[in-house]
Design a protein around this ligand. Structure first.
Ligand code: CA
Length: 234
């Protein structure tokens, strides 16, 4: 497997070096930038798999400006961004997520947490950005147009149910706990209860029922849920 390149944008050399060491010991390749200008060049040249982006950077553009710019660019918006900031300021957090950041970390952070957040964000973004339509049974999901159809009939589906279904369809025949689904579909940094999953599962099944596809979403007793085209026999 080709190792994935991660860009760290940080003006403090000590932090940058610590992050680079952490990334490399976890098997990632790293790219570095000390300000937005360098970061932009790295993104254009290398298209990294993910960007770790410091909030406070020298020069006239901050990390948040850069994040907003990336997320407004049709060719670059799919690169996930984890914002780094010195303070756990809730306002900053909201601004970061508003600017389109995929996750948010407060310095100082543990290297273990950094790697687990990176892996979670990468998993989520690859699950949701598959280029080819996925078809399972009568059900078909097209990521490019963000449409779901059953036997060629379009299904009117909300954004959360879409993300949930997109995750299931790209990981069929595997059981997931509610906590895993929260982490993969909503992101680990979102504070919602496990039981919220049940509500979205119920809605998803209701949407699929008229097409006879609701049985694809199965309850796995004692675990959680899975998508399977194999009919369960009791
Ligand atoms: Ca800084």
């Amino acid at each position: 497997m080709q190792s994935e390149q991660i860009l760290i944008v940080e003006d403090e050399l000590a932090i940058r070096e610590m992050v680079v060491m952490t990334l490399e010991s976890a098997g990632f390749e790293s790219l570095q930038a000390a300000d937005v200008l360098e970061a932009h060049q790295q993104v254009v040249d290398h298209r990294p798999a993910l960007i770790l982006l410091d909030w406070m950077l020298p020069g006239d553009k901050s990390g948040i400006d850069f994040c907003r710019m990336l997320k407004g660019d049709e060719l670059l918006r799919e690169i996930p961004v984890i914002m780094l900031t010195a303070k756990g300021d809730e306002d900053n957090k909201v601004h970061g997520l508003d600017a389109g950041a995929d996750d948010y970390m407060t310095k100082p952070f543990s290297t273990r947490e950094l790697i687990s957040r990176i892996k979670a964000v990468l998993r989520r973004s690859s699950a949701l950005s598959s280029e080819m339509p996925i078809t399972i049974g009568a059900l078909s999901l097209d990521n490019k147009s963000q449409r779901v159809s059953a036997d060629g009939q379009l299904i009117d589906i909300g954004p959360t149910e879409y993300r949930l279904l997109a995750f299931f369809m790209s990981h069929p025949e595997r059981a997931y706990t509610r906590t895993q689904l929260l982490d993969q579909v909503w992101g680990g940094n979102v504070y919602i209860e496990d039981r919220t999953i049940d509500v979205h599962i119920r809605r998803l099944r209701q949407l699929l029922r008229p097409y006879g596809c609701d049985t694809l979403i199965q309850t796995v007793r004692g675990t959680g849920y899975r998508l399977s085209s194999l009919i369960e026999t009791k």
